[in-house]
Design a binder for this molecule. Sequence first.
Ligand code: ATP
Length: 348
Amino acid sequence: MTEAGMHDIEIRDLYKIFGPEAGRHVEAVKAGLTKAELNDRHNHVLGLQDINLTIPHGRITVIMGLSGSGKSTLIRHINGLIRPTVGQVLYDGQDVVTMTPAQLRDFRRQKTAMVFQKFALLPHRTVLRNVAYGLDIRGIAEAEERARHWIGRVGLQGYEEYYPRQLSGGMQQRVGLARALANDAEILLMDEAFSALDPLIRMDMQSILLELQQELRKTIIFITHDLDEALRLGDKIAILRDGAMEQVGDGQEIVLRPANAYIAEFVREVNRGRIIEARTIAAPAADGRALPGFAVKARSRLDLVARRMTKAGVSEAQVRDGDRLVGIIDLPSILEAMVNPADAASDD
Ligand SMILES: Nc1ncnc2c1ncn2[C@@H]1O[C@H](COP(=O)(O)OP(=O)(O)OP(=O)(O)O)[C@@H](O)[C@H]1O
């Protein structure tokens, strides 16, 4: 097992069964009793099973899955709102599961902040007072100054004295984000935070989050049922199904090497050109052969690479990571990578 880094969150061997005699059924679940069987035979609900996940510090980890797959149950284990039937949730060597109520309260207040789908703003407080709220109750002197700063950072300058009902959904969610950021917590828990927003507004919010994260480097745990959102935001993506972890990896790994038929079906409609990077399909440069005159960046996505190469009228390019030559890429191999193998096979 790899050693957890400082401030990583480590979920280990976690099971959650809902019901009065949950502990009695863990061994049977470990031995293979399914969610449906547990329900039918014992009237207990299998929430999560055999979860092992490292949530790296300073990155965005997305927990994805369909309704009922266990996403909310999992995120609530991280701030101790739900206790596992068995298992550990470790943060800097401390197990959230065995914290005393006082320790847990401090952990939640000092280390975590939540952003909800239904904004959860206080209707009779202005934007400024909503964002300052957590700071006010902690008696922080510069609450207002800090609140104004974060209101500016999410692009709401000028709206400080508005009330939530006077704002659109997207703007309200910016207030929710500013409030979470103002608390200065290291861990941001975002439960379907953008799911209630219209598609374009939702993309805007994703961009704002990515932009802020470039600089803030928070540990973000983002729940979504939307694959496109997961691929856009996630440095690491964990896919749940019926309470079990089906696959964990970055977007490229999941799209290029789905762990099973379920994931393959999930990623089938994905625009692969937007996910796969040039470095991933670059071929080694053959010895002694002249290099193509055109160069693209290792981390450029294939759709952009294809567009640039086509525009320049070249069919081959060097793939470069700064000074380093990563390999060679050509248009046929880009096209091949952009087409889902499953679709290609069905048209043969
Ligand atoms: N308090 C509870 N008592 C009994 N069963 C529960 C409880 N909370 C959750 N469950 C069950 O645990 C499973 C996982 O639910 P969970 O809400 O975590 O899923 P989810 O992926 O977040 O779904 P959604 O997107 O619909 O919120 C479901 O089968 C659900 O019915």
